[in-house]
Design a protein around this ligand. Structure first.
Ligand code: F6R
Length: 368
């Protein structure tokens, strides 16, 4: 049931506050400590981990990229992120100190399934982050964190992605807790920040109309770029993927620092560029992002900046400003992704495309 929405995707975008709340539900034990019930790894297993490899495809891969920033920062364990289809065929170095984390909304993606089978043969432990109870990937894994987003019908992943992010953050905090690398009160503080995210997403959704109006201005656009840094970089990639999938237009995401190494040659008069601006708390990142924006504006780009609500510094550099609630940089993908989903959904609708069933795509990709 679409509950009055035109598309399942739009409904699922608006379900995200609840999906994120559900993903967080019941994760704190009586003593306030983080408890992951379906996490069938012993404390000893967790302490033995010396490397994490995250494998996934598409949007789930971008969740893995965000996870790398968070888990390395919180746990000081090296994390690699790799596309499942590449991992399987390159003879990766794995042993029983390697934790392989497979992220899959459907739990049936063939590339990811083959990759975890390969990892288990090499004696690595496999943890699945999955939305679909009883699907093949969690069944074949040593441990699982379910994302509890509820069924995702739209082919393009939305609430699946945000809840994967939540599961990745929970995993990082859990590893930090068991390995004793963070104080309990620090972990509790980050969990409190996560508890504030559903309301923060609500506030982004409350402004959906202005994103829709913007999208309708772009129906004849041929190309859109997305820039981000740090945790905003995977958000840029995800924004671009949504636009390719749904609007069938050329869209590319870049790490802002890479611009001068090539992509800036693409910039011409009037090119729309979405810029995910890091929170002001991280001034170095913020300054670097602004200098990238100056470069593209000097070449005629039109910038659409997603920035914290009280970010006054960004105003002179934004042709259009989309404001985001204040959240820490590592959690910013949970709010910054939402306007990009709304934009892609509305632009595709205005172009007359079938948003729930984009051409050439399937909800679960069960062939390699
Ligand atoms: C994008 C999208 C795909 C999936 C990818 C992995 O909107 O839906 O890129 O993210 O096919 O699927 P799962 O997570 O089911 O393994």
């Amino acid at each position: 049931q679409k509950d009055g929405y035109d598309w399942f995707m739009r409904k699922e975008i608006f379900e995200q506050p609840k999906a994120v709340a559900d993903a967080l539900l019941g994760r704190r034990g009586l003593n306030g400590q983080l408890a992951l019930d379906e996490m069938r790894l012993s404390d000893e297993d967790v302490r033995d981990i010396d490397k994490i490899i995250i494998i996934a495809c598409g949007t789930s891969f971008y969740a893995g990229m965000v996870a790398k920033y968070a888990i390395e920062h919180w746990c000081r364990i090296p994390v690699e992120v790799e596309l499942s289809s590449e991992f399987r065929y390159r003879d990766p170095i794995l042993d029983n100190g390697t934790l392989v984390v497979a992220i899959s909304q459907s739990g049936e993606t063939a590339d990811t399934l083959q990759a975890i089978r390969h990892a288990r043969v090499q004696k690595s432990k496999v943890l699945a982050i999955c939305n679909t109870n009883g699907s093949t990937i969690p069944r074949e894994s040593d441990a699982v964190i379910y994302t509890h987003a509820g069924p995702e019908i739209g082919v393009a992943s939305t609430k699946g992605f945000l809840t994967q992010l939540v599961a990745c953050y929970l995993l990082g905090l859990y590893l930090a807790q068991v390995r004793g690398v963070k104080f309990d009160d620090e972990i509790a503080r980050i969990l409190d920040q996560l508890d504030g995210i559903p309301a923060a997403i609500e506030s982004v959704l409350a402004d959906a109309e202005s994103v829709y109006a913007l999208a309708r201005d772009y129906v004849s656009t041929k190309s859109v770029l997305f820039l981000g840094r740090h945790a905003g970089y995977p958000v840029a990639l995800e924004g671009a993927l949504k636009l390719k999938e749904l609007a069938y237009i050329h869209a590319e995401g870049f790490a802002a620092g890479e611009l001068k190494h090539g992509p800036i040659a693409l910039v011409e008069e009037g090119l729309p560029i979405f810029c995910v601006i890091p929170p002001r708390g991280r001034d170095q990142l913020h300054e670097k992002m602004i200098s990238g924006i100056q470069e593209v504006r000097a070449r005629g780009a039109r910038t659409i900046c997603l920035a914290e609500e009280d970010d006054e510094l960004i105003k002179p550099y934004a042709d259009t400003l989309i404001t985001l609630p204040k959240v820490p940089v590592l959690l910013q993908p949970l709010v910054a992704t939402v306007p990009l989903q709304l934009f892609a959904c509305e632009l595709a609708t205005a172009m007359g495309h079938d948003v729930d069933m984009p051409r050439n795509l399937a909800k679960s990709v069960t062939v390699e």
